[in-house]
Design a protein around this ligand. Structure first.
Ligand code: KG4
Ligand code: ZN
Length: 360
């Protein structure tokens, strides 16, 4: 069942989007950021308020799901008020709501989904369901207003590592993905064993700058000729290296361990994504997800892009990690493609996959 006459309103928006401005309120609560944004026509951010819980989870060494849900609940009302104020709009100006319904933590997602359903119902406007990972890709439409599909996307987050062909605004074709851990997960695990704290990615990024990549971690050649990735072997190689030193009563040079790990973790991303662009004859590579904030990945990809005549696009830092502006953007591009209208049965879907080829 659809909310009141939301379906009719949705169809009207789809019909008239070329001549009418569309304001979408995006809601994101899949992990440890409560975020609400107002985005015009999928590309213009009027506000993007992010309440981060990083400080709260830091002392536990990672995100505690129950704590995350409670904090989303406590924050979400204020985040909405601030997002509307900053955008200088009221709820009456909003044409549709877009919400992340997966993938992510069950309880955390439920807060956003329930909140979005209640808002859409009370305002009698369409609700659009958004896949979090596709939202990360859509951050690029905000950052690069001229970007249109098709192009190659490199997705690098805490849960995903993949190269996809973005065929149009709703359909993706998978080229390669991780066969085990995601790259962000490897960063977080390595930071943990080094005692560097949470979240590991930004700390390793910073620490690696002061080190030299002079340690060779053993890696397998099994995936050498494919576009797939494996990060569990690299992670284990770092752990084994540290155990070995410990058994000999030696201390690791943490800066060099970080630089060496990062060199290998990033090297394979650069090599395979550029190779994919060349093989499938694309001149544009858009990077998405939390690890896209990594400074070494940014500089190495930029360099490789220049050498190979490929334009490499990165969203600004604030649009790389979790935020609701990217969710509103993804909601918009679903809407104008006539996709994503949610009904009253929408539920949080923790294991939602990036559907690589979806039919309209
Ligand atoms: O996309 P995201 O915010 O959440 C997920 O959807 O997973 O990504 C979070 C991941 C974490 O693993 C975090 O350590 C990593 O992104 N990350 C980074 C950096 N900033 C965040 N990894 C490497 N370098 C960074 N600067
Ligand atoms: Zn994310």
């Amino acid at each position: 069942m659809y909310f009141n006459n939301a379906e009719e309103k949705f169809n009207n928006l789809v019909k008239n989007y070329k001549t009418k401005d569309i304001l979408i309120l995006g809601i994101e609560s899949s992990c440890d950021e409560t975020s609400i944004a107002v985005v015009k026509n999928g590309r213009e951010v009027l506000s993007n308020v992010i309440a981060s819980q990083i400080e709260i989870h830091k002392r536990f060494g990672g995100v505690v799901p129950e704590v995350a849900s409670r904090n989303h609940l406590m924050a979400i009302d204020n985040v909405l008020t601030e997002a509307l104020e900053k955008a200088n709009v009221t709820l009456k100006d909003i044409d549709a709501i877009a919400v992340t319904y997966g993938a992510g933590l069950m309880g955390a997602l439920m807060v956003g989904v329930t909140y979005a359903k209640s808002l859409a119902f009370s305002l009698n406007i369409p609700l659009i369901k958004v896949n979090h990972i596709k939202g990360h890709i859509s951050a690029n439409y905000i950052a690069t207003p001229t970007l249109t599909p098709p192009y190659i996307a490199l997705i690098v987050s805490g849960g995903h590592t993949a190269i996809v062909k973005v065929a149009d605004y709703v359909n993706n074709v998978l080229i390669g993905s991780t066969v085990d851990d995601a790259v962000g997960e490897a960063y977080d695990k390595v930071a943990k064993v080094l005692g560097l704290g949470y979240p590991g990615g930004p700390i390793i990024d910073k620490t690696a700058k002061e080190g030299t990549a002079n340690i060779k971690f053993v890696k397998s050649d099994a995936l050498k000729n494919s576009f797939n990735f494996s990060y569990s072997g690299l992670k284990t190689a770092v752990i084994n290296y540290l155990h070995n030193l410990e058994q000999h009563g030696e201390n690791p040079d943490v800066k060099n361990v970080c630089a060496s790990f990062q060199n290998e973790a990033v090297g394979v991303l650069v090599e395979k994504s550029i190779k994919a662009c060349k093989k499938f004859k694309f001149k544009k590579l858009a990077v998405a997800g939390g690890v896209a904030a990594n400074s070494y990945l940014r500089s190495e990809l930029k360099k490789a892009g220049e050498e190979n005549g490929i334009e490499v696009l990165f969203p600004p830092m604030v649009l790389c990690t979790d935020n609701a502006a990217m969710i509103a953007a993804e909601g918009y591009f679903n809407l104008i493609s006539g996709c994503g209208l949610a009904n009253t049965e929408l539920t949080a879907t923790p294991n939602l996959n990036l559907k690589y080829v979806v039919k309209k």
